[in-house]
Design a protein around this ligand. Structure first.
Ligand SMILES: [Zn+2]
Ligand SMILES: [Zn+2]
Length: 793
């Protein structure tokens, strides 16, 4: 063992860690500290995973070139979590550690040397040059070195032994920005000149206080007036710390609901678990509209009262501005919002506020599961069944499962909430692994909505419209007449689903992927939803050069046009991923709908999520079959849960609700049971299928994807791995494939998959063994390992 040798993980797709030596013996960084090291012919910033280890034999160790943080910035449970992820998901350790550490490029801790008071009193003449350079106080070692013009290491070492200086870690968030804020002074006289009067009017409208930048944003010429008003004493200018945070909806106080008995009981159980300060997992099964959010918020209040912090995970934060607003209303400045679409500045500020305990309530999408909250007491995973919690790129973690592991490591309570729990979580609850909480009653006067399934085959035979069947159109017209609102779900964005050649029957496909192009912008642009390929819609067939092309199928864009044509005068808006790409657009559309400025909101699954609109009395599902036909064992579960949730959006307050589903398969169990809101029957039916097929939770899955530019070499690699995995199976798992993946080509690469079913630990060990044997311990080129895959496309 050598105390100066550290093991470092680099944030690269490398499965191995590397050993380095530290130059200064007094500054050996502990586990979790970041260091800059030479790697190949460049430098890379990695994280120390162990320090004081035995140096590997036969290798000449390189020195760490710089210590970025000399103390770890996060607590041990987060470091343990990263290590667990690397092991469980067979993921590169450096990529896992990067998730729990601060955003890149921040130098946050430094080594400071400080004079010990009184140590050299009365001995000024014997002052050595190091102490003279240091002066009376403290100084970063790096500054001392430049002042001396030489390396102070040896001298500092001696002075520390003599008890004359101490060497400490100074951890500090880099400076936040300041902004200038203007506020009106009470009782000041109204100004005469028009520019000054306008400034005062604007300030009054904003409640008397406003950032100067916002005040003059659309009229820079007002800036002079602001200064003159400040000189006159009409307004006051102050500096305020600017915490950059994403744009949100204006706050609205919705008050505290009184709890019903189911909610009381659930809160009671969670509260009791919080007080024990030890790990406790719950599954909160509550039908839509049963008041899960209020239970979450009260539990968070209890956690805060116990001096602990709370973390809320939602599937996609951009889609849940209303939940964010509700949390901000309830918890004020304690709330930090974290997700992957923040700007670098926002991410930085939020990270530090959380780490320093200023924001003790964090809301975020899956990566927020790594938020550096000190003393974490409660984790809520809302809509725990959502596939969006799975990261589809390396490291391929599932945020719900990581949340449960984090709660274990932190001794925290974790609440998984859903109206339609995943088959896995429900099964865990039945087996007693999770404690089950149930919210049965739907809050509000009218109970469950009335449901009608329209058989589209009959509608088409009778010559009716494929998009708006007569019953759906009538129901929409009634709502317009009564000034009530409607939601229209179609889980397919764009204008048309494909471009078809009338001469040869071919569809326009993506040059990089084995999928059809989708038409957008009323059919003007052709897009690949997988790789982003985006071209003007071709005028001729790519195969036969024929010029007679036809748009076929339809998406949300076209539904908006059809609805507008069928119901002139209706105010229609659209909500889908294309819209969400514009920052703040989702919040604007939702706010408009909430304010009653929109009659009909057309959208993808985004409209089914967690919004509570009291004036919605009709939910129409344009095509309930979308997704059911996919070659994926979770297709029925996804459809069931989406339809149950969207149906639950109808009639949530004083007005009764109605749901109309259009389908070609009106008898499919996912549809009929969703209409009946019958979760238990669905679960039984689905479990039977999973048991027969040994799909999760009846058996674990591991998907191994081999990607290659050319099909031949890719197929040979997949064959070799498949053989090796079969040899190692010994009855503990089954090997399916290799076969071409359902998405056989993606972004120009051919894809082959090997699907393993059986005992998870045995599969992980066998896959790791096979990959190390074939490619070595460090790089597995072209291979993607997915433990517990959500999608096997
Ligand atoms: Zn053609
Ligand atoms: Zn593509």
């Amino acid at each position: 063992m050598d105390e100066r040798v550290v093991e470092v993980a680099l944030p690269l797709p490398l499965y191995a860690t590397f050993s380095y030596r530290v130059g200064e013996p007094w500054a050996v960084p502990p586990r979790g500290a970041r260091v800059e090291v030479p790697f190949g012919n460049r430098k890379a910033v990695g994280v120390v995973t162990r320090s004081g280890i035995a140096p590997p034999a036969s290798v000449e160790l390189k020195d760490v070139s710089d210590v970025v943080d000399e103390a770890p910035l996060v607590e041990p449970p987060l470091l343990d979590l990263a290590a667990w992820m690397a092991d469980y998901y067979l993921a590169p350790p450096g990529e896992c550690y990067r998730l729990v550490l601060p955003p890149a490029g921040i130098r946050a801790s430094r080594t400071v040397v400080r004079r010990i008071a009184g140590a050299s009193a009365g001995d000024e003449s014997a002052e050595d040059p190091l102490l003279l350079a240091l002066g009376k106080g403290a100084m970063p070692v790096s500054r001392l070195a430049s002042r001396l013009g030489k390396d102070p290491t040896a001298g500092l070492h001696r002075l520390r032994r003599e008890g004359r200086v101490e060497i400490v870690q100074d951890i500090r968030a880099p400076a936040f920005r300041n902004v200038q804020v203007a506020s009106l002074v009470d009782g000041a006289e109204d100004p005469k000149p028009s520019a000054q009067a306008e400034v005062v009017t604007r300030l009054r409208a904003a409640g008397g206080r406003m950032r100067v930048a916002d005040l003059v944003r659309d009229k820079a010429s007002l800036r002079g007036a602001v200064s003159r008003l400040a000189e006159k004493g009409v307004l006051r200018l102050e500096e305020e710390r600017d915490v950059r945070s994403p744009e949100g909806l204006p706050l609205r106080d919705v008050g505290r609901h009184t709890l019903v008995s189911d909610q009381e009981e659930a809160l009671e159980s969670v509260g009791a678990a919080l007080r024990t300060e030890s790990f406790a997992p719950f599954l909160l099964h509550g039908v839509t509209g049963s008041g899960k959010t209020e239970v979450y918020f009260r539990a968070a209040e209890q956690a805060l009262a116990l001096g602990r912090s709370a973390l809320f995970l939602v599937p996609e934060i951009a889609l849940t501005p209303l939940l964010v607003r509700a949390a901000r209303t309830r918890f004020g400045d304690e709330v930090a919002v974290q997700h992957s679409e923040l700007s670098a500045g926002e991410r930085h500020d939020q990270w530090w506020r959380i780490r320093d305990g200023e924001a003790r309530v964090v809301i975020g999408a899956r990566s927020a599961v790594f938020a550096p909250l000190p003393r974490l007491g409660l984790i809520v995973v809302d809509e725990e069944h959502e596939g969006a919690y799975k990261q589809e790129e390396s490291p391929r973690y599932h945020a719900r499962d990581v949340a449960v592991m984090r709660a274990t490591l932190e001794g925290a309570v974790v609440v998984l909430g859903s109206a339609t729990p995943s088959v896995e979580s429900h099964s865990n609850a039945l087996r007693g692994k999770y404690r089950r909480l149930t919210l049965g009653a739907r809050i509000g006067a009218h109970g469950m909505p009335r449901v009608e399934i329209v058989d589209r085959r009959a509608v088409l035979k009778a010559g009716g419209d494929a998009i708006l069947s007569p019953p759906l159109r009538e129901a929409l017209a009634e709502r317009l007449a009564r000034k009530e609102q409607s939601l229209l779900l179609l889980n397919r964005r764009g204008y048309a689903t494909s471009l078809l050649c009338r001469e040869c029957g071919q569809q326009a496909t993506c040059p990089n992927c084995s999928v059809c192009l989708t038409l957008h912008g009323r059919g003007v642009r052709a897009l690949c939803h997988y790789c982003g390929h985006d071209v003007p819609t071709p005028g001729a067939c790519g195969v036969c050069k024929g010029a007679y092309l036809r748009l076929s199928g339809y998406g949300t864009e076209q539904v908006v046009d059809v609805v507008k044509a069928a119901l002139p005068g209706a105010r229609v808006e659209r909500l889908d991923r294309d819209l969400a790409a514009r920052r703040g657009a989702v919040a604007r559309v939702l706010a408009g709908f909430e304010a009653g400025e929109t009659d009909i909101l057309v959208g993808t699954q985004m409209i089914a999520k967690g919004h509570d609109f009291p004036r919605v009395t009709l939910v129409g599902v344009v095509d309930a079959d979308v997704g059911l036909g996919l070659p994926d064992f979770r297709a029925a579960e996804r459809s069931f849960s989406l339809l149950t949730q969207v149906a639950g959006r109808a009639g949530r307050a004083e007005l009764p609700g109605e749901v109309i589903l259009q389908s070609h398969w009106p008898d499919h169990y996912a549809l009929t049971l969703a209409c009946a809101q019958d979760y238990d029957s669905f679960f039984e039916r689905e479990m039977e299928f999973r048991r027969t097929m040994a799909y999760p939770p009846a058996g674990a899955l591991l998907n191994l994807l081999v990607r290659a530019r050319d099909a031949g070499p890719g197929a040979r690699e997949a064959d070799a791995l498949g053989r090796r995995l079969r040899d190692a199976a010994r009855g503990r798992y089954r090997v399916l494939g290799p076969a071409r993946a359902p998405l056989a080509r993606l972004r120009g690469e051919h894809r082959f998959q090997i699907l393993l079913k059986g005992q998870r630990a045995a599969m992980r060990a066998a896959v790791k063994g096979a990959l190390v044997e074939r490619y070595g311990a460090s790089r597995w080129p072209g291979i993607a390992v997915d433990v517990d895959p959500v999608s096997v496309m």
